[in-house]
Design a protein around this ligand. Structure first.
Ligand code: TMP
Length: 217
């Protein structure tokens, strides 16, 4: 693929404010006349929306980590081929609310490594190949604070997307530590920001990161 745009992913546990920050960054970029689209996993495409409903609603034990990994990867493959890569080829910046690091964090670390890491790497190769995000912004927060935020928000939703939120705190602590480990292994791709601050303060940190990294003025 002849990539012309940039692919920026937002990662983190529950209730970090990813979606809000992603929108604010998109507005910032659009104001600078940078062509940008926002998207998410799971659910960035029409088929993905159906997969999302299956994945994030209902009983937490209705499927195991292996089945989840396969479905998240099906969503990802459709997302990349139908939306992300075409947009990048058109020169757009693509901001994605979650990407493959979520699968490692949730299905590998969250579930105490029940899916072999190599299997996830193989799925990545199959679905995504050698392609990687240009930048991954990891929003880090104590899971007790994040879960409280996330469940308060879900209280106002018609369809409760709380399948993962209903898992034990240990699951969320594991995945948070997993994310931090991943960020340490790939410091050139990841930026870790403390998400326990005001929306505006966090936005300013993200703007600073992106402005410096991609030399915007
Ligand atoms: P969201 O709450 O950020 O919209 O994400 C939906 C849920 O799906 C969230 O609980 C994290 C979970 N998830 C995984 O478990 N594995 C994945 O690969 C992805 C993309 C999301």
């Amino acid at each position: 693929m002849a990539q012309k745009g940039l692919f920026i992913t937002f990662e983190g546990g529950e209730g970090t404010g990813k979606s809000t920050q992603l929108k604010l960054l998109a507005d910032f970029l659009a104001q600078r006349n940078i062509p940008v689209i926002t998207t998410k996993e799971p659910g960035g495409t029409e088929v993905g929306q159906e997969l999302r409903r299956i994945l994030v609603t209902g009983d937490k034990d209705k499927m195991d980590a292996v089945a989840e990994a396969l479905l998240y990867y099906a969503d990802r493959r459709i997302h990349m081929t139908k939306k992300v890569w075409p947009a990048l080829e058109e020169g757009k910046w693509v901001l994605s609310d979650r990407f493959a690091d979520s699968t490692v964090a949730y299905q590998y670390y969250g579930y105490n490594k029940r899916v072999p890491y190599q299997t996830l790497e193989n799925l990545y190769k199959l679905a995504v190949g050698d392609f990687k995000p240009d930048l991954t912004i990891l929003l880090d927060i104590n899971p007790e604070i994040g879960l409280a935020r996330s469940l308060a928000k879900a209280g106002h939703m018609a369809v409760k997307e709380t399948r993962h939120e209903s898992r034990a705190l240990e699951f969320h602590n594991n995945l948070r530590n997993g994310y931090l480990e991943m960020a340490q292994k790939e410091p050139e791709r990841f930026v870790v920001l403390n998400a326990d601050k005001t929306i505006e303060d966090l936005h300013q940190e993200i703007v600073k990161t992106v402005t410096e990294r991609f030399k915007l003025d």
